[in-house]
Design a protein around this ligand. Structure first.
Ligand SMILES: [Zn+2]
Length: 242
């Protein structure tokens, strides 16, 4: 695959126009590491960064994906097969609660489809930009797509930085190059080991700050071991691949 062998180039996340390379382990170039004038203003209802809520228990970690995390949704179904220690069930899938077909029934994954799915099941969601403050009571998420494989979500936290939960792995604030995420548009979304590259950025969306979203889990109960654990649209039990 061409994309996997192409050299990745990290960008300074301060500004899309900045051509300087980011410093090692930093999201910014030498100039912008001191000060970045371009900011994503907070609305005040952003969730705090509390990765342990999703990371601590295996059953929660493995049954919640990036979509659940982006919407600040935690829900363990009442079932004897699902406990805090183990919960091998499907992830909530965008559009399943609003009646869209399963991903396996549509050809590829595209931004317009993904964002329509979100709009269908998250009342009050609006499109936004990085530098625009979200309307009162809403906060930012950013859906992205690897159109052949997978979707992914980022969310902005209370301190302005962004975090995400790759598949069944732990919540993190790091991008694919281990840098903190200041702007998911400019952060690295290419994972060479798994081959996933979330090249398409679907925009910034403001979602209501509630934990009561009506999401529906999808996917099969019996899991294939061959899939990548990182993937958010496919359930799997294999080892993390990036
Ligand atoms: Zn810069």
């Amino acid at each position: 695959m061409v994309q996997q062998t192409r050299k990745r180039r990290a960008r300074c996340q301060c500004d899309p126009l900045c051509k300087q390379k980011p410093l090692k382990g930093q999201p910014f170039c030498e100039k912008h590491v001191r000060f970045c004038p371009r900011k994503a203003p907070l609305s005040g209802v952003e969730p705090p960064y509390e990765p342990h809520k999703y990371n601590r228990h295996k059953g929660i970690r493995e049954s919640h994906n990036c979509y659940a995390y982006g919407l600040d949704w935690i829900e363990l179904p009442v079932s004897k097969d699902c406990t805090k220690d183990a919960c091998p069930i499907g992830y909530p899938q965008p559009g399943r609660a609003s009646g869209y077909p399963k991903w396996s029934k549509v050809k590829g994954k595209r931004c317009p489809d993904l964002t329509a799915r979100i709009m269908g099941e998250v009342p009050g969601v609006t499109f936004s930009t990085f530098t625009t403050r979200c309307p009162k009571g809403t906060r930012k998420i950013a859906p992205v797509i690897d159109e052949n494989e997978d979707y992914h979500f980022y969310r902005q936290d209370k301190d302005g930085w962004w975090s995400h939960k790759p598949g069944s792995t732990k919540v993190t604030r790091r991008d694919a190059t281990k840098r903190r995420i200041y702007d998911p548009l400019l952060a690295s979304r290419q994972y060479p080991k798994s081959g996933l590259h979330y090249k398409q950025f679907c925009g910034y969306m403001c979602v209501p700050a509630t934990r009561k979203h009506k999401l529906k889990r999808g996917g099969s109960k019996r899991l294939k071991r061959s899939d990548s654990k990182r993937s958010d649209s496919k359930r799997s039990d294999s080892k993390r691949s990036d």
